[in-house]
Structures are given as structure tokens and as C-alpha cells.
Design a binder for this molecule. Structure first.
Ligand code: WTA
Length: 655
């Protein structure tokens, strides 16, 4: 790990960014949270979170202690309390007379729609809870979810939560190999999937990947429940596979939710780390629900009676968990759920959806904003976007140009932008402006939320003064924090808590500006961020070397204007590699990575090189490869064991 990423030109440019946009008087006056909330939280952080927990959730049994931190880094929040996530997201709203409120406006890619009220959704979740129980799923069992962005995804997650089963959602873009390793790691009993979905107007399949994943024996899966979505033909394993429509029709619509312990596992979500093996990030119930609900209300200024909220994230990522499946429903919001791609059937599809449903809060990723910028502002200009009043950004640093475009073209210069920093591990937003309080700055996530202790420290773990850069850390436990890595508490300690004594190390570089506002500068470890998706260099390297042609591989994230970073791989082929005439090793290896991990991990380029630059101790110098990948002249190569390697690579690439 080095600090090179926190220096450099990009940051110097950011530091010259001096524009500020204070909230309008009207917005500030009616905002859900006011400036005083910081002082309130600072006075007593745990009491602050205890108040939020009681205000935002209905507990079936009140908790005794807000935080037990007697065995760090293993935290327990709201100890002794019992709470049911699904009851809080559904039943209680119906009991409070809000059964007719729309919970989800579903928009399918082909244009089919569904309006689902809180009463409807509650009934569907109750049926699914009964159905899963009838299949032998009990409290604590794991359920793998491999579904597209359709309402059944949310129904499945909440039904699991209702009965205390632990869901493990696997993004539909992951391959059968990746799915199998996640099923095995979590020892899932049930898989919920669909025949497929639609992508850019064409059917795209999911069930075949499940079949392939389960083809080899030795797994723990007893049943596969299959939603019919695109109607494509699928293979059927009698006895194992069941139709969603049939199991739901057979299940009773009555189901009483019981409270689960506040620390009962809610879900596992796999994410890429610095080693090859994805980590199963474990989240539990009470703290996670409290912080997701609080942040959703405070950061987006959600007014559940009038707002229409739309988060474009897929449920396969943490944003889709916290800010599609859980927080909006806990808060009684009306939200849009869209199945497809932004350019199908035309590049105005998102803005058409905003106009149609009068979306007032939009939460998306910088990569999408940059893509829309490329398509041109004439496209959003064709639609009425006047309903928009808050804009959110997540997943990667947002460059000031994209921020300004978002503000002017989508927000008409009025809607505050909240740039939200957080991670799969943090469970909920940690650093973000409060839209009624903070004067926003283009490109900065700015301030730790009330009750959150984020800091920037140097190599030795000392807080850096304003105007300096270093590493982002979290100093105090927070309610939605990961509790462990599934099945590997040692790895949890090593990965996050060993770099700096007593602090959580996020893996991000950051800088404090002269006002003390935080600017995120990207990862400082071997994790890449491509279109807001986390990918591990090591994981892709392992996939490459698993191919018989490859002797050695090194992967870097090269800066990319649209996707933030792009995967570039350097490989050395084995002498004995049997490559047929006309076969292109780069294309074969790209496809191989797609098969091993999923299409999202396919390198943009696979460059075949004669050697890799290594230090005398044998460590690959990725920095030099990054220079090559980004089209720069690799600078100082004198620390290499063989200083001529870079010339050889450059010469080879010119061929
Ligand atoms: C990056 C996504 C800058 C960061 C919620 C982090 C960001 C990783 C921002 C987590 C932001 C997320 N500004 N960088 N607003 N939000 N990141 O686990 O590098 O998919 O460590 O969670 O995304 O990605 P993850």
C-alpha cells in the first residue's frame, strides 16, 4: 500500500474546485434534519443511535444496551432487543392505515408495469414466507437469490428476513462459477432465481447458470424456486425445481411475524477484497435497519407522503439492499423499480421514467451520469424533470464536471446533490452532505454523518491536518457495520482492523480540504472500481492463471473517462500453450474471465507481454503497468530486478 494515489494531478485539480452551493432557504426550512443534529449526536453518540432506533423502528422487545463494544472489533448493537425487518417494512404501515400507499412502481424493460401497494406487498411477502417455510427453510438457514430487478427480488429478501433466514443475493451478472462458490461458502439450502430477464430489448437468461452451478454434486441446495419472467425455455430438474407461481399459490397469505434478536444475521453479501476469494460480508438486524432508515430519511430528506424515490442500483449490490429493499420500505416510501438498461429502447428511458412517475429523489452512480453526459443533454431536455428535488450519487468518486452536469441538466440548478460515501462493509451511508444544512461542493462527499466518526490519517495512524491527504478510517463502531466475514472472523480482523490500531481501515485514500471537508480519492489497495462495481485485481489474476495458456498475470485498473476505471490485464503465456492458427489469445482470455467471474470482470484489454516488471523481492510493480495502461511513459524503473523489462514490454506492445 502506498500513498501515491493520494497525491498526483487529479487531486490538485480537485483542490482548485472552489464552488459551493448552499441549500435554498425554503429547502433548509423544511428539511428533515437541521444543523443541530450534529451537536446532538456528538453529545452522546450511542444515546443518539438508541433514540434513532426507537424512533424509526417498531421493536417487539425493547433493547437494554445500545452498544456492547466489550470485545472489539465484534460489536453488538441494541442488545436484548427484538425486531422483525419485514414487519417494520410492511405490516406496520398497513396497520397504520397506509395499506393503499404505493410501495413499488415496477417498470419492466419491455414496458410492462405493475403498481404494488403496501397491502399487496405485505401479502406477497407473507405468502413467500410460508412457501419458504414449507420448503424446509428455517431461521438461520441461508437462501441464495439470483434474480433480476423484479419485485420478486424484494419479496424474497423480505420473506427471508421475516422468517429469520439469511439471504445471500448474487448479482445476475456473475457467472455460474461465481454463483457456485457463493452457494458453497454460505451453504445455501434454497436458491431463488428466474428463467431470465431482458437486456437491451433481448431476453437474457439466469436459470441455465443455476443449472450449471448445481451440475456437480456436493452442494447443499435442496430446491430451486424459479420465477417466470421472460418466458424462455428452461431445463427442469424434477423434485428440485419449483415454479414460483405454484408455490406461492399453494401458500397461505396469513403469516405472523415474530421479532428476531437485534444481532440475528440478516444477510450475507459477497464483495471483492484484496485476495482472490470474495468475502461474505455479514450484516445483522437492528443496527443495520436503524442506520439505513436514518440515513435514507436524513440524506435524501425523504417525505414519505409526497416523494417518489428512485434508486437505480441493482439488488445484487449493497446499494440495492440498503436503499431499495430495506430503508425505503422501512420509511414507508413510494419507490420506482426499473428492470432494465438506461438505453432501452432509447437513451431517454430513465428520464421518461422520471417524468412518468414524477420521481422527486434520484439516487444513482457517477458512471451512469458520465454515460448520459456523453449521450448529450438534448436527451434529458426532452422530458419534464421538474419533479426532481434531491439528487444522490454513490459508488465512486464523482468528478466535478459530472457533478455540475447532474446539477444543471438533471436538477435544473436547484436540487441539492448528495454525494454519499460508504461500502458493502459499512452497510449504510457514512459520509455525505445533509441537503438542508451543508453547502455542497462539486466532487466532495464532505462530512461524516451525525453519530459517525470518520477521519483521515497518515501512515502512522495520526489524524492529518486540513489540507492534507491520507487514509480514510472509522474511529468508532457504527450501527450498520459489518459484524464479521461469514465463517472467517480472523479475516475480518486482519482485513479491516489490523492496519491501524483500534480503527476500521476502509481501503480508500482521502484528503481533508482547508475547511476539513472530505474528498474521496479512490482505493489504495488492490481493489478496482469499474462503473461503481468492486472488482479485485487478485481475483481476476487468479481467473487468468487458471487458463492453461497463462503462466503469469498482472491486472491493473486504468483510469477510464466513463467507467472510472477499466480492467487491463498483462499476461505471460506458457511456452507450451497450444494456440491454434487464427486464435486470438486476448479474446480467448477475456471470455475466460467472463466465464470464471462474470461479464463485468472482463478486461478491456489483455496484453500479452514477454515479462512482468518485478522488484528484487519478486513483487509485481503494478504502478509501472498502470503507467503503460494509461498511455504514460513509465517513470523510474530502477528498482526492478531487470530494469530493461519495461522497454521490452513497450517494444512488444508497439509490434
Ligand atoms: C467507493 C458501494 C468515492 C469506495 C456503496 C468504497 C466511493 C467502495 C463513494 C465501496 C463515493 C463508494 N465517493 N468513492 N461517494 N461511494 N465509493 O462496497 O472506494 O460496492 O471503498 O459499496 O466504492 O464499494 P461497495
Amino acid at each position: 500500500m502506498s500513498q501515491e494515489t493520494v497525491k498526483g494531478d487529479a487531486f490538485e485539480n480537485l483542490l482548485r474546485e472552489e464552488r459551493q452551493f448552499p441549500p435554498s432557504k425554503e429547502f433548509a426550512a423544511s428539511a428533515n434534519v437541521q444543523e443541530g443534529i450534529y451537536a446532538e449526536a456528538n453529545a452522546d453518540r450511542t444515546a443518539f443511535w438508541a433514540d434513532q432506533a426507537r424512533a424509526l423502528l417498531t421493536w417487539s422487545k425493547d433493547f437494554e444496551t445500545a452498544l456492547d463494544w466489550s470485545n472489539p472489533p465484534f460489536a453488538k448493537w441494541f442488545v436484548g432487543g427484538e425486531v422483525n425487518a419485514a414487519y417494520n417494512a410492511l405490516d406496520r404501515h398497513v396497520e397504520n392505515g397506509l395499506g393503499d400507499r404505493v410501495a413499488i412502481y415496477f417498470e419492466g424493460e419491455p414496458g410492462d408495469t405493475e403498481t404494488i401497494t403496501y397491502a399487496d406487498l405485505t401479502e406477497r411477502v407473507k405468502r413467500a414466507a410460508n412457501a419458504f417455510e414449507s420448503l424446509g427453510v428455517t431461521k438461520g438457514d441461508r437462501v441464495a437469490v439470483y434474480l433480476p430487478m423484479i419485485p420478486e427480488a424484494v419479496v424474497t429478501m423480505l420473506a427471508c428476513a421475516r422468517i429469520g433466514a439469511v439471504h445471500s443475493v448474487v448479482f445476475g451478472g456473475f457467472s455460474s462459477e461465481a454463483l457456485r462458490s457463493r452457494i458453497d461458502d454460505a451453504e445455501a439450502k434454497l436458491v431463488v432465481t428466474a428463467d431470465g430477464t431482458y437486456r437491451r430489448g433481448k431476453p437474457s437468461s439466469l436459470k441455465p447458470a443455476v443449472d450449471e452451478a448445481l451440475a456437480e454434486d456436493g452442494h447443499t441446495v435442496q430446491h430451486v424456486v424459479v420465477v417466470k419472467r421472460n418466458g424462455q425455455d428452461v431445463e427442469w430438474t424434477e423434485g428440485r425445481d419449483l415454479h414460483w407461481s405454484e408455490v406461492m399459490a399453494a401458500a397461505s397469505p396469513e403469516h405472523t411475524a415474530v421479532g428476531h434478536d437485534s444481532e440475528h444475521p440478516l444477510f450475507i453479501l459477497y464483495t471483492s477484497g484484496t485476495t482472490g476469494k470474495p468475502k461474505g460480508i455479514l450484516h445483522t438486524t437492528g443496527g443495520y435497519l436503524t442506520q439505513t432508515a436514518f440515513t435514507h430519511s436524513a440524506v435524501f430528506d425523504l417525505k414519505p407522503d409526497t416523494d417518489v424515490y428512485w434508486c437505480t442500483a441493482d439488488i445484487g449490490w449493497v446499494t440495492g439492499h440498503s436503499y431499495v429493499a430495506y430503508a425505503p420500505l422501512i420509511n414507508g416510501a413510494t419507490q420506482v423499480m426499473y428492470e432494465g438498461t438506461p438505453d432501452s429502447p432509447h437513451q431517454g428511458r430513465w428520464w421518461e421514467i422520471v417524468e412518468k412517475y414524477k420521481v422527486s429523489i434520484l439516487y444513482t452512480a457517477p458512471t451512469a451520469i458520465r454515460t448520459m453526459m456523453k449521450w448529450g443533454q438534448d436527451i434529458p431536455a426532452k422530458y419534464d424533470l421538474s419533479s426532481i428535488r434531491v439528487l444522490g450519487s454513490v459508488g465512486e468518486p464523482i468528478n466535478p464536471e459530472a457533478w455540475m452536469w447532474y446539477r444543471e441538466v438533471i436538477g435544473h440548478g436547484k436540487a441539492p446533490i448528495v454525494d454519499t460515501w460508504w461500502q458493502t462493509e459499512t452497510g449504510a451511508i457514512m459520509v455525505a452532505p445533509l441537503p438542508g444544512v451543508t453547502a455542497t461542493k462539486p466532487g466532495s462527499a464532505q462530512v461524516p454523518l451525525p453519530g459517525i466518526a470518520v477521519d483521515v490519517v497518515d501512515e502512522a495512524g495520526h489524524a492529518v491536518p486540513n489540507g492534507h491527504g491520507g487514509f480514510l478510517v472509522i474511529r468508532e463502531p457504527w450501527p450498520a457495520m459489518l459484524r464479521s466475514i461469514w465463517g472467517d472472523p480472523e479475516r475480518f480482523k486482519d482485513t479491516y482492523w489490523s492496519r491501524f490500531e483500534g480503527m476500521y481501515f476502509a481501503g480508500d485514500g482521502a484528503k481533508k480540504d482547508d475547511d476539513g471537508d472530505i474528498w474521496l480519492l479512490g482505493r489504495v489497495d488492490d481493489v478496482m472500481n469499474v462503473s461503481g462495481h468492486r472488482l479485485s485485481t487478485t481475483e481476476i489474476e487468479s481467473a487468468l492463471v487458471s487458463h492453461p495458456w497463462v503462466a503469469e498475470a498482472a491486472v491493473v485498473g486504468a483510469a477510464d473517462e466513463t467507467t472510472g476505471q477499466a480492467v487491463v490485464a498483462f499476461v505471460i503465456l506458457r511456452g507450451e500453450a497450444q494456440i491454434a492458427e487464427g486464435e486470438d489469445p486476448s479474446a480467448v482470455l477475456r471470455a475466460h474471465v467472463g466465464h470464471e467471474i462474470g461479464p463485468i470482470a472482463k478486461p478491456r484489454h489483455v496484453l500479452v507481454v514477454p515479462e512482468l516488471p518485478k522488484t528484487r523481492s519478486g513483487k509485481i510493480m503494478r504502478r509501472l503497468l498502470k503507467d503503460v495502461a494509461e498511455g504514460r511513459d513509465p517513470g523510474d524503473a530502477t528498482t526492478l530486478a531487470d530494469p530493461t523489462v519495461m522497454q521490452k514490454i513497450a517494444a512488444d506492445l508497439r509490434k
